[in-house]
Write a protein that binds this ligand. Structure first.
Ligand code: NDP
Length: 258
């Protein structure tokens, strides 16, 4: 499978879990001219220490940017900052990875959790896509090649089978995470509609399920290590074409039905 050779990449929630692992793997194998904007809520805080260390190792490849998906002004400020650093090449690859989980069922889900998951997992990515769209369009135009790929211009939304109408019912007993599942179903719809809107601009949009991964969100019982999940996701991302536009795949490249 092809590698991710996108020049300018932006990843949200890059200070820990899958986002941090993605920055790590990309920076270890970074191709010439590749630059990674690793965004997180609190670049100077204790939870971003591992990312700061990684950025120190690859100072010409990684720039840490503050971005809180819950805060529209922070999203706007991040886009202004990244825009000033991008030049005329634009942004090739936007990975909406930041996300939160909340447990609950019809009978127990708290209103607060419904609001918070929708805010972070749906409204945040919507604002992020909107603010970064001019730079994605710029990259699509600058590429001068027909078709779609992550090296040209792409939005990859890190979703989950918990947001799949067909898959969630069979795991719901084991994972009673209604607020999370409902928000990620909304995120999947956002992906499909973004794909529809950006078809003419040749900006590839799709959703990716990382598998069940040992992170703070996935928990210790999960079956995959972040290293394996991210290696798989990067293989998939690198191989995407216009055939995958609006689609939903897992880290192994298997189709997930919405
Ligand atoms: P983690 O809990 O390990 O990391 C979540 C990341 O999202 C952290 O960097 C966190 O930052 C960030 N984040 C949370 N809220 C915001 C916000 N408002 N603004 C910016 N960043 C925020 O989770 P994973 O790495 O496991 O999850 C990454 C993605 O993968 C999520 O979208 C999740 O839904 C998806 N996923 C994960 C699975 C798994 O098994 N792990 C399975 C299926 C999907 P901070 O440190 O500031 O909290």
């Amino acid at each position: 499978m092809a590698a991710v050779k996108a020049c300018n990449v932006l990843i949200t929630g890059a200070n820990r879990g899958l986002g941090l692992e993605m920055v790590k793997q990309l920076s270890e194998k970074s191709c010439p001219k590749q630059h990674i904007f690793a965004t997180c809520r609190d670049p100077d805080g204790p939870k971003s220490e591992a990312l700061r260390e990684l950025a120190k190792k690859h100072p010409s490849v990684i720039t840490i940017i503050r971005l809180d998906a819950d805060d529209p002004s922070s999203v706007k400020e991040s886009a202004n900052k990244v825009g000033s650093l991008l030049g005329n090449n634009g942004l090739n690859l936007l990975v909406n990875n930041a996300g939160i989980v909340a447990n609950g069922t019809i009978q127990t889900s708290r209103v607060e959790d419904m609001k918070n998951t929708f805010n972070t997992n749906v409204i945040g990515p919507l604002l992020i896509i909107r603010e970064y769209l001019p730079f994605l369009k710029m990259a699509a135009k600058a590429s001068g090649t027909p078709g779609m790929s992550c090296n040209k211009a792409a939005v990859i939304n890190i979703s989950t089978v918990a947001g799949s109408m067909t898959r969630m019912p069979s795991i719901y007993n084991h994972f009673p995470t209604l607020p999370y599942g409902v928000s990620k179903a909304g995120f999947n719809m956002l992906t499909v509609l973004a794909a529809e809107e950006f078809k003419a601009d040749e900006i590839l949009c799709m959703a990716l399920h990382p598998g069940w991964v040992k992170t703070e969100l996935g928990g210790d019982e999960a079956t995959l290590e972040p290293k394996e999940s991210v290696a798989g996701m990067l293989r998939v991302i690198g191989s995407l074409t216009e055939q995958h536009h609006g689609g939903f795949l897992d880290y192994a490249g298997e189709t997930v039905t919405c």
